[in-house]
Design a binder for this molecule. Sequence first.
Ligand code: KG4
Ligand code: ZN
Length: 349
Amino acid sequence: MNKSITVLGFETSCDETAVAVVRVENGVPHLLAQKIYTQYDEHFDYGGVVPEIASRAHLERLPTLTRDVLAETHMTLQDFDGIAAAIGPGLVGGLLMGSTYAKTLAMAAGKPFVAVNHLAGHALSPLLAENVPEFPYLLLLVSGGHCQLVRVDGVNQYETLGSTFDDAAGECLDKTARILGLNPASGALLEKLAMDGDANAIDLPTPNVAGLDFSFSGLKSQILRIVRAEEAPSERFKANVAAATQAMVSRHICEKAALALQQTGLKTLVAAGGVAANKLIRTELTDVATAAGAQVAFPPIALCTDNAAMIALAGALQFTEETNDLAVTVRPRWPLDDSAHTTTEKVNI
Ligand code: KG4
Ligand code: ZN
């Protein structure tokens, strides 16, 4: 039987406001349209995301982004099977803006609302790649807020194998970018700067944590000390620090990914989240997978950082005839392997 599910999805958990349409046809996902607004200017002067400002910016942008996505796809709200939004984890204000907006549209159109875990979006985002991974796979989720190894057996089937004791990989890259004067603090700018640097010119400590967990705080503190000790940091010095940081972050996550492949025997490695956009990290993870006799898959670069395509996709994949999560509220802290949200309450309006 031909089965097609089309979902309008919203992402507002941090500083990206995004709206997308995804159709899953006979199990094959297609991204039909997406609009993303990144709030650089709003937070520029503060050196980090200001939750209150982020919430207001989401609310200002949601209507126009939605209108643009509908115009591009020539669709109306009636054309969707469901309307999905990330309800956690993330900043409570932003989550409330996106999910309340999505619920309102769903109620106005008489369509079901689908509550999506932002991390499930990242976990499933490689299914939007050309080279689609098959379940089960080992997920390395590396973003600004998370650093985890997860066994993914299917949609809503996640088992966390390891996570960070302190900072996330992206946080370490962002803090380094900031102390090097890159603003907005961003791993993408650090990657660019690292291209002119020599990773061996700066001596950084290798994080030492047992098992499948991570730690980046010692590395971050040492980078801070090295940069502060340099009286007049030259461009060459900054590039070297960027290259050494990127190399050490890559080394730490590659070491853990290799161990997880060995321990689980899984034959597919998938990396997702903003840090998975990094070219060195992609290359080194590919080498790790090859050495373990495993396949490797990544989302398209544009779908590594926060986006609504992954939310619409997760919404479409978890969608059933019974779905309607109108009664579900936001969960600013929501581990990927806690499936309590899937309790669906019927709300008749
Ligand atoms: O997935 P994401 O947009 O947000 C979270 O869910 O946290 O990830 C953002 C993180 C930031 O820390 C950013 O610096 C990092 O991803 N990032 C990168 C690159 N692009 C974004 N890190 C390394 N190389 C990149 N090209
Ligand atoms: Zn994210």
